[in-house]
Design a protein around this ligand. Structure first.
Ligand code: FE2
Length: 357
């Protein structure tokens, strides 16, 4: 479910007590909102998965999944994390509120619920949601732009998507916090957005670039950073965009940063980018095998270009993914469904192209 302010605004009310549900529904419908009702936490999650919902009011004490569980699940999913959640707690229940904050709740209402308080909180959260929805839309526009640049070169098809998925997987593997994981997902898609400022005759030139053409091409990280800078929610993505062509020995661009001075998220996207470039077909060579690709990356680590620790983690990640795909293929051959292997895994394994520029 993609959080989006729809018309009329739809509010999910989950409470196991019928009188409470109906009282809340009546108050909200009276204000012009569309209300859908759930009798327990499990039903609330099912309804959330079925259509656009703009806000959730959840009773804390519910059978099957309680309000905390549902809130945690909403806030833990990329698609619903921006959905405002109000937890309905007992009067003065400090413990519930602390737990609610830990679960990511946006606000609280105490029983017995006062109409004025309910309406004021709902309106204020919907106002905030409108802003976050606008940011989401801006993100969608930027992603479309980035993918339209990718689409110009048939050899880079699917590159941004793979880069995003593998960067996220590598970030999770080394235990990065969720905000950095979100930055990696976005950075993987958008890192080359600045190529929009590079003329097509340079961008799509089949042969080597001249020195002057390289000077233009090397501007793309800074152009991309400039485009995304006004978006406050992209704060953690900017270092990825700007530094995804730095090298550990300082010979990269645009700032010639060295080692730990290069942001970790940028180093992650860089190593995944290099791997993807080597394991995909190019006009001048076939895709390399995993062994050969990691041999080359290993040589370049020794030369001082890439982060050796990240290469080791990347290698383990790829091997595990490959083993999972193989297991799934064997199961499929024996008529067993291949659950547990995402489309992204198989797509990524059948990789195709990056310019490496
Ligand atoms: Fe780039």
């Amino acid at each position: 479910m993609i959080p989006r302010i729809a018309f009329p605004v739809t509010i999910l009310v989950a409470d196991d007590l019928k009188e409470n549900r109906e009282m809340l529904a009546a108050l909200l419908r009276n204000e012009g909102y569309r209300v859908i009702l759930a009798e327990d936490g499990e039903e609330a999650l099912e309804l959330l998965a079925t259509g656009p919902i703009d806000m959730a009011l959840l009773d804390v004490m519910m059978p099957r999944r309680n309000g905390f569980d549902v809130c945690r699940e909403i806030k833990g999913k990329l698609e619903t994390r921006l959905l405002p959640v109000v937890l309905i707690t007992g009067l003065n229940s400090t413990e519930d509120r602390v737990k609610g904050i830990e679960c990511g709740a946006d606000d609280f209402l105490s029983k017995p619920i006062k109409k004025e308080e309910l309406v004021a909180r709902v309106k204020s959260l919907l106002r905030i949601k409108q802003f976050t929805d606008e940011l989401e839309r801006a993100e969608t526009v930027l992603f479309s732009l980035a993918l339209s640049i990718e689409a110009k070169d048939p050899y880079t098809e699917g590159h941004c998507d793979r880069l995003s998925k593998y960067s996220v997987a590598l970030g999770r593997r080394i235990g990065l916090p969720e905000d950095q994981i979100i930055a990696l997902r976005r950075g993987g898609i958008i890192h080359d957005l600045g190529k929009i400022g590079v003329p097509e005759h340079i961008l799509l030139k089949p042969g080597p670039l001249t020195a002057d053409e390289w000077t233009v091409m090397k501007k793309h990280p800074e152009i991309g950073e400039r485009i995304c800078k006004p978006l406050r929610s992209f704060g953690l993505v900017l270092p990825i965009i700007r530094h995804h062509h730095e090298k550990m020995d300082g010979s990269g661009y645009p700032d010639g940063l060295k080692n730990g001075a290069i942001p970790l998220t940028a180093r992650i996207v860089t190593i995944v980018d290099v791997y993807d470039a080597l394991t995909t077909s190019r006009p001048y060579r076939e895709a390399l095998s995993l062994e050969r690709a990691f041999e080359i990356i290993g040589e370049e680590v020794k030369r001082g270009w890439w982060d050796g620790d990240l290469m080791t983690e990347m290698q383990a990640l790829i091997r595990e993914t490959e083993a999972r795909v193989t297991r799934a293929a064997v199961k499929a051959a024996h008529g067993v469904t291949s659950r547990g292997v995402s489309a992204g895994d198989t797509q990524a394994m059948a990789a195709s192209g990056s310019t490496g520029r």
